[in-house]
Ligand binder design. Structure first.
Ligand code: R7I
Ligand code: MG
Ligand code: MG
Ligand code: MG
Length: 350
Protein backbone atom coordinates (compact mmCIF):
# COMPACT_ATOMS: atom_id res chain seq x y z
CA UNK A 1 0.00 0.00 0.00
CA UNK A 2 0.90 3.65 -0.18
CA UNK A 3 3.19 4.73 2.61
CA UNK A 4 1.94 7.20 5.16
CA UNK A 5 3.38 10.61 4.33
CA UNK A 6 4.44 11.30 7.93
CA UNK A 7 6.41 8.07 8.01
CA UNK A 8 8.09 8.88 4.71
CA UNK A 9 9.01 12.35 5.94
CA UNK A 10 10.50 10.82 9.07
CA UNK A 11 12.48 8.39 6.91
CA UNK A 12 13.94 11.25 4.82
CA UNK A 13 15.06 12.93 8.05
CA UNK A 14 16.32 9.64 9.44
CA UNK A 15 18.51 9.02 6.43
CA UNK A 16 20.27 12.39 6.44
CA UNK A 17 20.52 12.54 10.24
CA UNK A 18 21.75 8.95 10.36
CA UNK A 19 24.42 9.83 7.82
CA UNK A 20 25.46 12.88 9.86
CA UNK A 21 25.50 10.93 13.13
CA UNK A 22 27.64 8.12 11.69
CA UNK A 23 30.12 10.60 10.28
CA UNK A 24 30.39 12.66 13.48
CA UNK A 25 30.61 9.66 15.82
CA UNK A 26 32.99 7.78 13.56
CA UNK A 27 35.36 10.65 12.88
CA UNK A 28 37.42 10.20 16.05
CA UNK A 29 38.17 6.57 15.20
CA UNK A 30 39.16 6.70 11.52
CA UNK A 31 42.25 4.51 11.15
CA UNK A 32 43.52 1.27 9.77
CA UNK A 33 42.81 -1.63 12.02
CA UNK A 34 39.91 -3.61 13.36
CA UNK A 35 39.54 -2.60 17.00
CA UNK A 36 40.47 -4.80 19.96
CA UNK A 37 37.85 -5.83 22.51
CA UNK A 38 39.26 -3.16 24.84
CA UNK A 39 38.88 -0.44 22.25
CA UNK A 40 35.33 -1.59 21.48
CA UNK A 41 34.58 -1.10 25.18
CA UNK A 42 36.02 2.42 25.00
CA UNK A 43 33.66 3.16 22.10
CA UNK A 44 30.72 1.66 24.03
CA UNK A 45 31.46 3.85 27.08
CA UNK A 46 31.92 6.94 24.96
CA UNK A 47 28.57 6.44 23.21
CA UNK A 48 26.87 5.74 26.58
CA UNK A 49 28.27 9.02 27.88
CA UNK A 50 27.10 10.94 24.81
CA UNK A 51 23.63 9.48 25.28
CA UNK A 52 23.52 10.51 28.94
CA UNK A 53 20.91 13.23 29.55
CA UNK A 54 23.21 15.83 31.06
CA UNK A 55 26.52 15.17 29.31
CA UNK A 56 28.16 18.42 28.31
CA UNK A 57 30.81 18.36 25.60
CA UNK A 58 31.93 20.47 22.67
CA UNK A 59 29.90 19.71 19.56
CA UNK A 60 31.39 16.93 17.41
CA UNK A 61 32.31 18.28 14.00
CA UNK A 62 31.35 16.51 10.83
CA UNK A 63 33.89 15.66 8.11
CA UNK A 64 34.02 15.72 4.29
CA UNK A 65 31.37 12.97 4.17
CA UNK A 66 28.68 15.29 5.56
CA UNK A 67 30.08 18.40 3.88
CA UNK A 68 29.65 16.70 0.50
CA UNK A 69 26.26 15.19 1.42
CA UNK A 70 25.11 18.70 2.31
CA UNK A 71 26.44 20.01 -1.02
CA UNK A 72 24.57 17.30 -2.94
CA UNK A 73 21.34 18.09 -1.08
CA UNK A 74 21.68 21.86 -1.54
CA UNK A 75 22.39 21.51 -5.24
CA UNK A 76 19.34 19.27 -5.80
CA UNK A 77 17.16 21.73 -3.87
CA UNK A 78 18.48 24.88 -5.56
CA UNK A 79 18.14 23.36 -9.06
CA UNK A 80 15.00 21.31 -8.33
CA UNK A 81 16.93 18.37 -9.69
CA UNK A 82 20.38 17.33 -10.81
CA UNK A 83 22.73 19.75 -12.53
CA UNK A 84 26.27 18.39 -12.80
CA UNK A 85 28.05 21.74 -13.14
CA UNK A 86 26.07 23.30 -10.31
CA UNK A 87 26.90 20.39 -8.05
CA UNK A 88 30.58 20.51 -9.00
CA UNK A 89 30.61 24.20 -8.04
CA UNK A 90 28.98 23.37 -4.70
CA UNK A 91 31.67 20.77 -3.97
CA UNK A 92 34.48 23.16 -4.81
CA UNK A 93 32.97 26.06 -2.90
CA UNK A 94 32.39 24.03 0.23
CA UNK A 95 35.91 22.58 0.00
CA UNK A 96 37.59 25.98 -0.24
CA UNK A 97 35.44 27.37 2.59
CA UNK A 98 36.44 24.52 4.87
CA UNK A 99 39.38 22.58 3.43
CA UNK A 100 40.20 20.91 6.74
CA UNK A 101 37.25 18.57 6.92
CA UNK A 102 39.39 15.49 6.25
CA UNK A 103 38.95 15.13 2.49
CA UNK A 104 40.53 12.20 0.65
CA UNK A 105 44.11 12.79 -0.42
CA UNK A 106 43.38 12.54 -4.14
CA UNK A 107 40.07 14.34 -4.49
CA UNK A 108 41.48 17.76 -3.60
CA UNK A 109 43.38 17.68 -6.91
CA UNK A 110 40.02 17.49 -8.68
CA UNK A 111 38.81 20.56 -6.79
CA UNK A 112 41.94 22.53 -7.71
CA UNK A 113 41.62 21.62 -11.39
CA UNK A 114 37.89 22.38 -11.51
CA UNK A 115 38.52 25.81 -10.04
CA UNK A 116 41.37 26.46 -12.47
CA UNK A 117 39.39 25.44 -15.60
CA UNK A 118 36.41 27.49 -14.34
CA UNK A 119 34.13 24.44 -14.67
CA UNK A 120 34.36 24.51 -18.46
CA UNK A 121 35.41 20.86 -18.32
CA UNK A 122 33.49 19.36 -15.40
CA UNK A 123 34.42 15.73 -16.04
CA UNK A 124 38.06 15.96 -17.15
CA UNK A 125 39.73 16.38 -13.75
CA UNK A 126 38.06 13.29 -12.25
CA UNK A 127 39.01 11.20 -15.29
CA UNK A 128 42.66 12.16 -14.87
CA UNK A 129 42.88 10.85 -11.30
CA UNK A 130 45.23 7.97 -10.58
CA UNK A 131 46.91 7.92 -13.99
CA UNK A 132 43.64 8.04 -15.84
CA UNK A 133 42.08 5.11 -13.96
CA UNK A 134 39.85 7.37 -11.90
CA UNK A 135 39.39 7.18 -8.15
CA UNK A 136 37.97 4.01 -6.64
CA UNK A 137 37.55 5.69 -3.25
CA UNK A 138 34.21 5.72 -1.45
CA UNK A 139 33.72 9.49 -1.93
CA UNK A 140 31.00 9.00 -4.54
CA UNK A 141 29.08 6.64 -2.26
CA UNK A 142 29.46 8.49 1.05
CA UNK A 143 27.50 11.54 -0.20
CA UNK A 144 24.78 9.85 -2.28
CA UNK A 145 21.89 9.75 0.25
CA UNK A 146 20.13 12.93 -1.01
CA UNK A 147 20.04 11.46 -4.54
CA UNK A 148 18.41 8.26 -3.28
CA UNK A 149 15.79 10.32 -1.44
CA UNK A 150 15.11 12.85 -4.18
CA UNK A 151 14.68 10.21 -6.91
CA UNK A 152 13.22 7.41 -4.77
CA UNK A 153 10.17 7.10 -7.04
CA UNK A 154 12.18 6.60 -10.22
CA UNK A 155 14.85 3.90 -9.91
CA UNK A 156 16.26 4.44 -13.36
CA UNK A 157 16.75 8.16 -12.84
CA UNK A 158 18.12 7.53 -9.36
CA UNK A 159 20.76 5.12 -10.66
CA UNK A 160 21.67 7.42 -13.52
CA UNK A 161 22.01 10.41 -11.19
CA UNK A 162 24.01 8.44 -8.61
CA UNK A 163 26.39 7.64 -11.47
CA UNK A 164 26.61 11.20 -12.79
CA UNK A 165 27.22 12.81 -9.38
CA UNK A 166 29.98 10.29 -8.81
CA UNK A 167 31.62 11.21 -12.12
CA UNK A 168 32.34 14.73 -10.81
CA UNK A 169 35.12 13.25 -8.64
CA UNK A 170 35.14 9.46 -9.09
CA UNK A 171 35.16 7.70 -12.47
CA UNK A 172 36.67 4.29 -11.69
CA UNK A 173 33.98 1.67 -12.30
CA UNK A 174 34.05 0.40 -8.73
CA UNK A 175 33.92 3.94 -7.35
CA UNK A 176 30.85 4.68 -9.46
CA UNK A 177 29.09 1.36 -8.89
CA UNK A 178 29.64 1.70 -5.13
CA UNK A 179 27.70 4.97 -5.21
CA UNK A 180 24.92 3.25 -7.15
CA UNK A 181 24.77 0.33 -4.71
CA UNK A 182 24.61 2.68 -1.71
CA UNK A 183 21.77 4.62 -3.36
CA UNK A 184 19.81 1.44 -4.09
CA UNK A 185 20.27 0.22 -0.51
CA UNK A 186 18.89 3.52 0.84
CA UNK A 187 15.95 3.43 -1.57
CA UNK A 188 15.11 -0.16 -0.59
CA UNK A 189 15.20 0.77 3.10
CA UNK A 190 13.04 3.81 2.50
CA UNK A 191 10.30 1.72 0.91
CA UNK A 192 10.13 -0.90 3.69
CA UNK A 193 7.82 -0.80 6.71
CA UNK A 194 9.97 -0.59 9.86
CA UNK A 195 7.21 -2.20 11.92
CA UNK A 196 7.61 -5.43 9.97
CA UNK A 197 10.55 -7.76 10.47
CA UNK A 198 13.15 -7.14 7.80
CA UNK A 199 13.93 -10.13 5.56
CA UNK A 200 17.71 -9.71 5.42
CA UNK A 201 18.16 -12.44 2.80
CA UNK A 202 15.56 -10.91 0.51
CA UNK A 203 17.09 -7.45 1.01
CA UNK A 204 20.47 -8.82 -0.06
CA UNK A 205 19.06 -10.82 -2.96
CA UNK A 206 17.33 -7.71 -4.30
CA UNK A 207 20.65 -5.87 -4.20
CA UNK A 208 22.36 -8.75 -6.00
CA UNK A 209 19.69 -8.65 -8.71
CA UNK A 210 20.03 -4.90 -9.13
CA UNK A 211 23.84 -5.01 -9.28
CA UNK A 212 23.57 -7.78 -11.84
CA UNK A 213 21.96 -5.22 -14.16
CA UNK A 214 24.48 -2.50 -13.26
CA UNK A 215 27.70 -4.47 -13.47
CA UNK A 216 27.66 -5.12 -17.18
CA UNK A 217 31.11 -4.67 -18.68
CA UNK A 218 29.90 -2.14 -21.24
CA UNK A 219 33.30 -0.57 -21.57
CA UNK A 220 34.86 -3.95 -22.33
CA UNK A 221 37.43 -3.47 -19.59
CA UNK A 222 38.12 -7.19 -19.47
CA UNK A 223 38.26 -7.14 -15.67
CA UNK A 224 39.38 -10.19 -13.72
CA UNK A 225 36.05 -10.11 -11.90
CA UNK A 226 33.52 -8.27 -14.07
CA UNK A 227 30.99 -8.09 -11.21
CA UNK A 228 32.94 -7.45 -7.99
CA UNK A 229 29.94 -6.03 -6.09
CA UNK A 230 27.91 -9.13 -6.82
CA UNK A 231 30.82 -11.17 -5.50
CA UNK A 232 30.95 -9.09 -2.29
CA UNK A 233 27.17 -9.20 -1.84
CA UNK A 234 27.22 -12.99 -2.09
CA UNK A 235 29.87 -13.07 0.65
CA UNK A 236 27.64 -10.71 2.65
CA UNK A 237 24.72 -13.07 2.16
CA UNK A 238 26.69 -15.99 3.55
CA UNK A 239 27.86 -13.93 6.53
CA UNK A 240 24.36 -12.71 7.39
CA UNK A 241 23.02 -16.25 7.27
CA UNK A 242 25.66 -17.70 9.63
CA UNK A 243 24.16 -19.33 12.72
CA UNK A 244 24.51 -18.38 16.37
CA UNK A 245 26.05 -14.97 17.05
CA UNK A 246 27.22 -14.88 13.44
CA UNK A 247 30.77 -14.54 12.15
CA UNK A 248 33.61 -12.97 14.10
CA UNK A 249 34.36 -9.36 13.22
CA UNK A 250 37.77 -10.45 11.89
CA UNK A 251 36.00 -12.53 9.28
CA UNK A 252 33.66 -9.68 8.36
CA UNK A 253 36.54 -7.26 7.88
CA UNK A 254 38.61 -9.85 6.05
CA UNK A 255 35.84 -10.67 3.58
CA UNK A 256 34.02 -7.34 3.18
CA UNK A 257 36.76 -4.88 4.11
CA UNK A 258 36.84 -1.59 6.04
CA UNK A 259 39.02 0.69 3.91
CA UNK A 260 38.51 3.85 1.81
CA UNK A 261 37.79 1.96 -1.40
CA UNK A 262 34.10 1.84 -2.31
CA UNK A 263 34.29 -1.88 -3.02
CA UNK A 264 35.55 -2.60 0.50
CA UNK A 265 33.27 -0.28 2.40
CA UNK A 266 29.80 -0.01 0.80
CA UNK A 267 28.91 -3.72 1.20
CA UNK A 268 30.32 -3.52 4.74
CA UNK A 269 27.97 -0.64 5.58
CA UNK A 270 25.02 -2.63 4.22
CA UNK A 271 26.11 -5.62 6.29
CA UNK A 272 26.22 -3.49 9.46
CA UNK A 273 22.64 -2.35 8.89
CA UNK A 274 21.40 -5.90 8.30
CA UNK A 275 23.33 -7.45 11.17
CA UNK A 276 22.07 -4.78 13.59
CA UNK A 277 18.47 -5.87 13.00
CA UNK A 278 19.15 -8.26 15.86
CA UNK A 279 21.09 -7.73 19.11
CA UNK A 280 24.88 -7.93 18.81
CA UNK A 281 26.46 -9.31 22.01
CA UNK A 282 29.36 -6.84 22.18
CA UNK A 283 27.16 -3.81 21.50
CA UNK A 284 25.01 -2.77 24.46
CA UNK A 285 22.02 -0.79 23.30
CA UNK A 286 18.36 -1.48 22.72
CA UNK A 287 18.33 0.93 19.80
CA UNK A 288 18.92 -0.71 16.41
CA UNK A 289 20.02 2.52 14.73
CA UNK A 290 22.66 3.23 17.34
CA UNK A 291 23.59 -0.47 17.14
CA UNK A 292 24.11 -0.12 13.37
CA UNK A 293 26.38 2.91 13.71
CA UNK A 294 28.27 1.64 16.74
CA UNK A 295 28.88 -1.74 15.16
CA UNK A 296 30.08 -0.10 11.93
CA UNK A 297 32.54 2.06 13.87
CA UNK A 298 33.72 -0.89 15.98
CA UNK A 299 34.97 -2.57 12.80
CA UNK A 300 37.66 0.12 12.52
CA UNK A 301 39.19 1.38 9.30
CA UNK A 302 37.18 4.05 7.50
CA UNK A 303 34.89 4.50 10.51
CA UNK A 304 33.33 7.88 9.70
CA UNK A 305 32.40 6.80 6.19
CA UNK A 306 31.19 3.28 6.94
CA UNK A 307 29.35 4.66 9.99
CA UNK A 308 27.79 7.37 7.86
CA UNK A 309 26.74 5.07 5.01
CA UNK A 310 25.30 2.50 7.45
CA UNK A 311 23.54 5.33 9.31
CA UNK A 312 21.99 6.62 6.08
CA UNK A 313 20.57 3.18 5.25
CA UNK A 314 19.36 2.52 8.81
CA UNK A 315 17.83 5.99 9.12
CA UNK A 316 15.93 5.50 5.86
CA UNK A 317 14.50 2.29 7.30
CA UNK A 318 13.67 3.30 10.89
CA UNK A 319 12.98 7.01 10.47
CA UNK A 320 13.96 9.91 12.71
CA UNK A 321 12.21 8.48 15.79
CA UNK A 322 14.97 5.91 16.19
CA UNK A 323 17.70 8.55 16.33
CA UNK A 324 18.34 9.40 19.97
CA UNK A 325 18.12 13.18 20.39
CA UNK A 326 20.58 12.98 23.30
CA UNK A 327 23.21 11.73 20.85
CA UNK A 328 22.18 13.89 17.91
CA UNK A 329 22.48 17.09 19.94
CA UNK A 330 26.24 16.51 20.10
CA UNK A 331 26.49 16.45 16.28
CA UNK A 332 27.26 19.66 14.39
CA UNK A 333 24.37 21.36 12.53
CA UNK A 334 21.83 18.57 12.87
CA UNK A 335 19.06 21.18 12.50
CA UNK A 336 20.44 22.05 9.09
CA UNK A 337 20.40 18.41 7.98
CA UNK A 338 16.81 17.99 9.20
CA UNK A 339 15.82 21.08 7.21
CA UNK A 340 17.54 19.77 4.07
CA UNK A 341 15.70 16.45 4.49
CA UNK A 342 12.36 18.30 4.71
CA UNK A 343 13.11 20.32 1.58
CA UNK A 344 14.06 17.16 -0.30
CA UNK A 345 10.87 15.52 0.95
CA UNK A 346 8.69 18.34 -0.34
CA UNK A 347 10.35 18.29 -3.75
CA UNK A 348 10.34 14.49 -4.05
CA UNK A 349 6.70 14.10 -3.10
CA UNK A 350 5.31 17.21 -4.81
O1 R7I B 1 37.10 8.81 -2.24
P1 R7I B 1 37.50 10.07 -1.59
O2 R7I B 1 36.56 11.22 -1.67
O3 R7I B 1 37.86 9.80 -0.09
C1 R7I B 1 36.88 9.55 0.84
C2 R7I B 1 37.52 9.18 2.13
C3 R7I B 1 36.53 8.95 3.21
O4 R7I B 1 37.04 8.00 4.12
C4 R7I B 1 36.42 10.29 3.88
O5 R7I B 1 35.97 10.17 5.22
C5 R7I B 1 37.83 10.83 3.78
O6 R7I B 1 38.65 10.44 4.84
O7 R7I B 1 38.34 10.26 2.58
O8 R7I B 1 38.90 10.60 -2.07
P2 R7I B 1 39.99 9.98 -3.06
O9 R7I B 1 41.23 10.74 -2.77
O10 R7I B 1 39.47 9.99 -4.45
O11 R7I B 1 40.17 8.46 -2.63
C6 R7I B 1 40.58 8.16 -1.32
C7 R7I B 1 41.88 7.39 -1.35
O12 R7I B 1 41.68 6.14 -1.97
C8 R7I B 1 42.99 8.04 -2.17
O13 R7I B 1 43.59 9.09 -1.47
C9 R7I B 1 43.87 6.86 -2.43
O14 R7I B 1 44.68 6.57 -1.32
C10 R7I B 1 42.88 5.74 -2.62
N1 R7I B 1 42.59 5.51 -4.05
C11 R7I B 1 43.38 4.89 -4.90
N2 R7I B 1 44.60 4.36 -4.72
C12 R7I B 1 45.18 3.78 -5.77
N3 R7I B 1 44.60 3.70 -6.99
C13 R7I B 1 41.50 5.86 -4.72
N4 R7I B 1 41.57 5.48 -6.02
C14 R7I B 1 42.74 4.86 -6.15
C15 R7I B 1 43.38 4.22 -7.25
O15 R7I B 1 42.89 4.12 -8.36
MG1 MG C 1 35.45 11.86 6.36
MG1 MG D 1 41.92 4.26 -9.60
MG1 MG E 1 36.20 8.28 5.98
Amino acid sequence: GKMDSLLLKSKFRGSLLGALMGDCLGSAYEGDELFSAGMKLVIQKSFDKLQGPHFKAPVIQFTDDSAMTRAVAESLIECTGFDQTHMAKKFVKSYYLEPNRGYGAGVTTVFHKLRNNKFVDVLGPAREQFNGEGSLGNGGAMRVAPIALFYYKNSELMVDTARKQSHITHTHKTGVDGAILQAIAIQQSLLLDPKEELDTCKFTDNLINEMDKIEIDEEGLGLVDPSPYKTQLKLLRNLICEDGDGPHDEKVVHQLGNDVSALHSVPTAIYCFLKAQKPIPAIQTENPLRRTVQYAISLGGDTDTIGSMAGAIAGAFYGEEMIRPEILKHCETSDKFRELADQLFHLATA
